[in-house]
Design a protein around this ligand. Structure first.
Ligand SMILES: [Zn+2]
Length: 375
């Protein structure tokens, strides 16, 4: 029939365009069932020539042939126009075509989903993954944790207290009565609406709170932030961090203090570091001492950091003054104790080579990022 030149023009007209599949429903079109059958045959050939290998093309195929407005449905709708005696044959042909189109769809569907699975199987799991950005501990926290863990191994517990406290806990109880000249060394900030309250100048206020609880013996370290009315520079700040220690029991001696601090220094700075005690004065300890370690940078030779002395001052310490014990309701004839205190910034600066104390509190990410993974 295709060879028949008389029909050729008509068949060409009936062939559905590939994009717009409007079925012609004019009476001309229905002039013979032969033409509809020919149209179905053409569509079958078209489907056979197709090669679908992706989800998008498959969906286009489904809409075009099998959708609610697709070719199969539309051609089926022609049944009403078919002569009664031809309805059976037409129905059979249509059913075969429908099954053929559906079977092809299922075939391609399986192929494309298998293809997706095999693409997934090709992912190389041995390749490094995307990096998850991790934060870092602040160098002050790193140093504080390290100090605390050393004292915890000696049986010291961590105690914390208020940063805003009253005059008694920060000064008076520590044998620093009003008008005492030593207060000048620790000028601080007062709460303007209530000058009886101040920002603590050391974490010793926590020691007072602990002693007032009356539970003995006491063996604590008190890490925390403290405040001083100081000019901000590369070497000093109006706030910084301290860790203090307090041990009160019967028959605690200066030998216990020294042994505790020796252990700390060796764990903290290494076995080869030398230690020396210098007599000093603090109102809250008697006797009092300052402890130096041999310079970590020049090994005692003398450098700019240790000001050519070969020694670095690291902490202040002493035996708790009997008056301080009495101020907190502890019998100073029965009990004795030692206390020590040191800054956290300075050892952190030494360990990490930080030259400006202000960097600790500027929240500069470029600075903080350098401590990723540090311990
Ligand atoms: Zn030095």
């Amino acid at each position: 029939m295709l060879e028949n030149p008389k029909n050729k023009a008509q068949i060409t007209r009936l062939r559905l365009p590939t994009t717009n599949y409007q079925i012609q429903t004019t009476n001309n079109y229905l002039c013979g069932m032969e033409q509809v059958l020919q149209q179905i045959e053409n569509l079958r050939k078209e489907i056979e020539a197709l090669h679908i290998d992706n989800v998008k093309a498959l969906e286009e195929y489904r809409i075009r042939f099998l959708g609610t407005k697709g070719l199969v449905k539309t051609l089926m709708g022609e049944m009403k126009n078919v002569a009664v005696e031809q309805k059976k044959a037409f129905g059979q042909t249509m059913n075969e075509f429908k099954q053929f189109a559906e079977a092809k769809y299922e075939e391609w569907k399986n192929e494309t989903s298998n293809g997706q699975q095999s693409a997934a199987a090709e992912i190389d799991l041995t390749l490094p993954g995307d990096t998850i950005p991790v934060g870092s501990r602040h160098p002050i926290s790193l140093m504080r944790n390290r100090m605390v863990s050393i004292f915890q191994r000696l049986g010291f517990a961590v105690a914390e207290g208020p940063e805003i406290d009253d005059d008694f806990h920060n000064f008076t109880a520590l044998n620093l009565p009003e008008n005492h000249p030593a207060r000048d060394m620790q000028d601080t900030f007062y709460i303007s609406t209530n000058p009886a309250w101040l920002l603590r100048t050391h974490t010793s206020n926590v020691q007072i709170h602990e002693m007032q609880k009356g539970k003995l013996p006491i063996r604590i370290v008190t890490p925390g932030r403290v405040y001083r009315n100081e000019t901000i520079s590369a070497r000093s700040h109006c706030f910084f961090h301290q860790i203090e220690g307090l041990y009160i029991d019967e028959q605690v001696s200066f030998a216990d203090l020294k042994q505790t601090l020796y252990f700390f220094v060796q764990e903290m700075f290494g076995k080869d570091v030398k230690v020396r005690f210098r007599p000093s004065y603090f109102p809250f300890t008697e006797p009092s001492a300052e402890m130096d370690i041999s310079c970590l940078l020049c090994n005692g030779e003398g450098c700019s950091v240790c000001k050519k002395t070969g020694w670095l001052e690291i902490l202040g310490c002493g035996m708790v003054h009997p008056k301080v014990l009495e101020n907190c309701g502890i019998d100073s004839h029965k009990y004795s104790g030692f206390a020590f205190g040191m800054g956290i910034e300075r050892p952190a600066m030494l360990k990490y080579g930080i030259k400006d104390i202000r960097l600790f509190s500027e929240n500069d990410v470029r600075f903080l990022k350098q401590f990723t993974g540090a311990v």
